[in-house]
Design a protein around this ligand. Sequence first.
Ligand SMILES: NC(=O)C1=CN([C@@H]2O[C@H](COP(=O)(O)OP(=O)(O)OC[C@H]3O[C@@H](n4cnc5c(N)ncnc54)[C@H](OP(=O)(O)O)[C@@H]3O)[C@@H](O)[C@H]2O)C=CC1
Ligand SMILES: CCCCCCCCCCCCCCCC(=O)[C@@H](N)CO
Length: 364
Amino acid sequence: MDIIEQRLGVPPHIAGPAATFAFFAFFLIKKMGLFTNTNHFPVEGKTILITGASEGMGLAAAILLAKKGASLILVSRNVGRLEEALVKVTAAARSPSKQRFTYISADVSEPNYAESVIAQAIAWNAGAAPDIVWCIAGLSSPMLWADPANDSIAATRRNMDVNFFGSAEMSRAILKEWLAPENKPKDTGVIGQKPEPKHIVFTASMLALFAIVGYGPYTPSKWALRGLADTLNMELRMYPDHPVKIHVVYPGTITSPGLERENKTKPQITLELEKEEPAESPETVAERAVKGLEKGQYNVTVSTLGDLMRCGILGGSERNNWVWDTVVGWVVPVIYFFVIRIMNAQVAGWARVNGHPHVKKAAA
Ligand SMILES: NC(=O)C1=CN([C@@H]2O[C@H](COP(=O)(O)OP(=O)(O)OC[C@H]3O[C@@H](n4cnc5c(N)ncnc54)[C@H](OP(=O)(O)O)[C@@H]3O)[C@@H](O)[C@H]2O)C=CC1
Ligand SMILES: CCCCCCCCCCCCCCCC(=O)[C@@H](N)CO
């Protein structure tokens, strides 16, 4: 002990408890998987169905998962774009002889679309349901909610139909398959070892963690996905013999064809505020999302700001890591004390300079 005091300048009555605390903290954190790198999202040899897979983040995710050895079913509406996507995804295959690729054209906003998509997927996949379903199809119609020039309610219904119901129906159709008593996965043969879980991944947005002006029709559809995911995450405990994991991904701005479309109607103030989070390519977002899934995360963010926002709004959601999420969750309100003030002032400042938002200024 004298040596400890001499070397570190720490008296033994502090060094002792500190070492004990560090020892237990290490094991607590270790148990939570911080130092292990088990892949919780193995895709090699698996069949994955992705909606919104013909463009943007969905296409990037499909290519990445093909590179990792998965077979893929691409779902979206436009057949021409699906054909092009299929060529790219097929070319990315890791072991072309073992992987298979196809597409199904479907509109995820159509009531009951998912049952038929899953039936087609099963028929193509020799009678087996896909192992993983990732809902990425989505759209955004940014606008000022109260501007009489905008039909924000019609836009909200459309956003809900594609972003929320498109994912909600898919989750129900695939869960009905996975959870059917007759579809109980085979035993692994190893005592105490459960079969590998299936996965449903929803794609929300950072806006489901922090809402900003201009996304009125869109943001609620992404918050709704969180509500559904948390509900399913609890409901699935009722099926211990049919392991299924739920995840939600929260991208920031993605430089996709979708972004180009939405920017045509995006209010100027919205463009200014969202500059705080740098835009990323679809490939980067897909890669970071898959990394989070591989770590076994429930709510998956793809940037530091996104992760702060996640910890700032955990509520009853599953934690990725109890220690990290809790401690960061204490700090974020302090940051918000300043950030919310600054952002609200920026919005008020915009109106001071530009006048009433509904009165369109004549072109200069
Ligand atoms: N871009 C961004 O800045 C952000 C996007 N997100 C979310 O990430 C996801 C991907 O976005 P992004 O990469 O921009 O997407 P894109 O708009 O670039 O691509 C959308 C894809 O979804 C398909 N799709 C759209 N509507 C439907 C429909 N009704 N039925 C079936 N398929 C449909 C499209 O194909 P087709 O038109 O042929 O059907 C296309 O494959 C979306 O859920 C989006 O809300 C989240 C945060 C930021
Ligand atoms: C710790 C807290 C700091 C808070 C800073 C706030 C910055 C706000 C950034 C919002 C970025 C929104 C990106 C998602 C865009 C999106 O989903 C659409 N493009 C849809 O397609």
